[in-house]
Ligand binder design. Sequence first.
Ligand code: WT7
Length: 704
Amino acid sequence: MTTESEAQVSEAQIAAHWREEEYVYPPPKFIGQANVSDPAILDRFREDRFPECFKEYADLLTWEKYWETTLDTSNAPFWRWFVGGRLNACFNCVDRHLPKYRNKAAFIWVPEPEDAETQVITYQELYRRVNEVAAVLREHCGLKTGDRVTIHMPMVPELPVTMLACARLGIIHSVVFGGFSGAACGDRIADSESRVLISMDAYYRNGELLDHKAKADEAVEVAARAGVQVERVLVWRRFPGRYESATPMVAGRDEFMDEVLRTYRNRIVDPVSMPAEAPLFLMYTSGTTARPKGCQHSTGGYLAYVAGTSKYYQDIHPEDTYWCFADIGWITGHSYIVYGPLALAATSVMYEGVPTYPDAGRPWRIAERLGVNIFHTAPTTIRMLRKLGPDEPKKYDYHFKHMTTVGEPIEPEVWRWYHQVVGKGEAVIVDTWWQTENGGFLGSTLPALQPMKPGSCGPGVLGIFPVILDEEGREVPPGSGKAGNMVIRNPWPGIFQTIWGQPDRFIDIYYRKYNRNPNSKDWHDWPYFAGDGALQAADGYFRILGRVDDVINVAGHRLGTKELESAALTVEEVAEAAAVPVIDELRGRAVEIYASLKPGFQPSKEIEDKISAAIERLIGPIARPKSVWIVPDMPKTRSGKIMRRVIAGISNFTSPGDITTLANPEVVDVINRRVRSAKVERGQVPRELSEAELEEIRAFGKVE
Ligand code: WT7
């Protein structure tokens, strides 16, 4: 028998065997035009140049007042970057480009219906629209600097216009992914105490015009129950002048944005000068408890970091046509569709719909038509396009110089299809590892200078010094073949400032684990715990294995087990629920729910469906479980904690691991037999897992 801490060490250190992939080198043509191809930059960002090295990023921006202190650590770990500096994010993304790029496209928006007209929004047009919306926010809604506004919108140009209008006034925007339910939006409205909700009537998804306004009504109701009254709902219309939702407008609360805007035609609103550390936006993400975390991002540090990484890692030049195929409702979209590209005066493509509508050739037709040369997406999309249209890219005449993958580990085989077929062997790939909390990339290769390695994100990016630590805080050396926790030793300008309204939780989750002294004001004492397991090869490249906390990464979207479980627990028959990940060929991971019922209830298909429906209603369709298993009892420790790793093992057909310490080991066999036979019957037998995947399942929801 091992003690508790020995068991943890050995789990974190289990060797995860994986084949070292060969390097793939960037094409000379790419190197010749890259924003950075001189290795001197690696020197400028050496650790002994930290934190001043980040001046190079901040100098990409236009400051109204230059800062005095690059990094203030006096209230560690609440870092303050570029202290004393003043700037406006909207001015940096829009106004300052007008003299040179007035009539260059800022956004090119592609509606989902293929016969609908593409919309080109020049910097001049963006400037006009943003100013008009800013006038509405300030004069019509009475909003001011520091207020929060929740934006729940699909992928339409009015979304970045609304965000930039907020930024112009120093209003903190909180964009909720359009696919999230009204209830999830309502929770986030309540947490951020937004008095104004900005929504839309409808949008296209998979050929259907979906009613979105209905979610606004539910969101307002949920927020009200949590004690926050939304005073105003502004509704953009997908077709101005034509209301496409079946939900009535609420008199005195709801207004059509196109109607309100009439009064503000051609109005100009001066950008508000903001301190560098003023919050720019909140982005909610999932963690280990049911309450979502509002990651608060700064104005100066964040914008400098996304501008710098967009320039060097995305290799964006103003002449490029850049398409990040993500949703603006996630951090990827904030940083790498809106703020980073616009800070560099790029042309950023936005697409309304799903990648495979009307067929798996759609993205490549868009790329061909618009002359896209930088393409950015997630492994889940790549897997789907590969499955449904493996030969489609060949049919279209487009040429990428650069491609990105982000959000989850990419299998080397999928990487090679991306490189050879999508990229036609002509493009570099960057595999960018980072998180909602981080603002921008943390792990990636510098595309013209560092070779690619399929399946690895690469080393830490410029100015980022990652290390792998074991549970006791000992360094796991590169090349040891041992897994451990991904940790960043230093702060950086893009790091979030706090969790909105929960500063203690901010310290607990990200800094408590490896902090050397809670009173220290020296950043060296505050390593950042990312919550990912990883391996580092001898060449310094990292391979991310996945989350070590109670988070399930479905198609690049983070879902907290507690959020899923509390949604399942709203079904009245359910006594206990546990959410676990199953390996899924397309989405990376999918969710399975185990539930036990209150006394007097019998398992039924009806209850299973109720559980699925509750999760979909409370979180959104992305969280819909692959299966719901109603079980007689949950495997539990003697102290009553549900052993998620045991059921995760059952769901994935791996060994449930050591069950001798359970209070009820006999139930494992009962559940195992039930789930296995049902999966065999449904043709859902999982493939054999890799070592890394086995390790993830073994470590899932560690509670020993
Ligand atoms: C988690 C963060 C910020 C990007 C979108 C997701 C996983 C992210 C990679 C990558 C392997 C990755 C990690 C991370 N992840 N990028 N390139 N390779 N895993 O943001 O929702 O905050 O999720 O996504 O597990 O912790 P997020």
